[in-house]
Design a protein around this ligand. Structure first.
Ligand code: 3NM
Length: 208
């Protein structure tokens, strides 16, 4: 029986350079880390693999120096090449077992889930270290329909594995998430799109 690898609690940072007003992913990451982020996912849907490799390598180095857990979105090969701490995959990516076989037991695997059924299946799979629960509110960052707070409430009550609340979370609805005392939450555009990323993250910690 594999024991799940724990992920740091609090704010889970994700890159999103189409929201960062021209700031590079690396610069956004620097500011997020200054703001106190302890887990960071490299997510980029526009660059070539070579560009992603070059950028992720830099970010991996920075995360290692700062003791920040570094996760790669989608690309298992890239995660291995830059020696990331793990990968985050979606429902349409390779099966979790295959990804686990490639990565070994010591890497983190996160899985996006969008329904109680998907969440429950992930909970029963010891190869999944944590799941994403969302999108809770409508978002333009990902092309998936919002599932609402109902799935988050289901996860809180039934899914005894770490989960990250994600999707459409901004200052104006954050209270609905924090009131539920979630252990992990994520904002992409709300953080990388902020004028001052470091201060925004620091304020989020205060509110959490
Ligand atoms: N994954 P924002 S929602 C990357 O539900 C991502 O799995 C989601 O971005 C999921 O905070 C999402 O800008 C987008 O809405 C989150």
């Amino acid at each position: 029986m594999r024991k799940r690898i724990e992920i740091p609690k609090g704010i889970y940072g994700i890159t999103g350079d189409n929201f960062s007003n021209g700031k590079s992913n690396l610069d956004c990451v620097k500011e997020m880390i200054e703001g106190g982020i302890r887990i960071l996912q490299y997510r980029d849907k526009t660059k070539t693999m070579l560009e992603k490799y070059q950028e992720a390598k830099e970010i991996a180095k920075l995360c290692k120096e700062k003791g920040v857990i570094f996760i790669i979105n989608d690309h298992i090969d890239l995660a291995l090449l830059v020696n990331a701490d793990g990968v985050h995959i979606g429902q349409d990516d390779y099966p979790v077992e295959e990804v686990r076989a490639l990565l070994g037991n010591d890497k983190i695997i996160g899985l996006s889930t969008h329904s109680p059924e998907q969440g429950f299946k992930a909970f029963q799979n010891e190869n999944v270290d944590y799941i994403g629960v969302g999108p809770i509110f409508p978002t333009t960052t990902k092309d998936t329909k919002a599932v609402g707070l109902e799935y988050l409430d289901f996860a809180i009550q039934n899914l005894h594995l770490p989960f990250v609340a994600i999707g459409g979370i901004h200052e104006d609805n954050l209270e609905k998430i924090l009131a539920r005392k979630v252990e992990h939450f994520c904002m992409v555009s709300g953080i990388v799109g902020a004028k001052n990323i470091r201060e925004t993250v620091q304020n989020l910690w205060k509110q959490w």
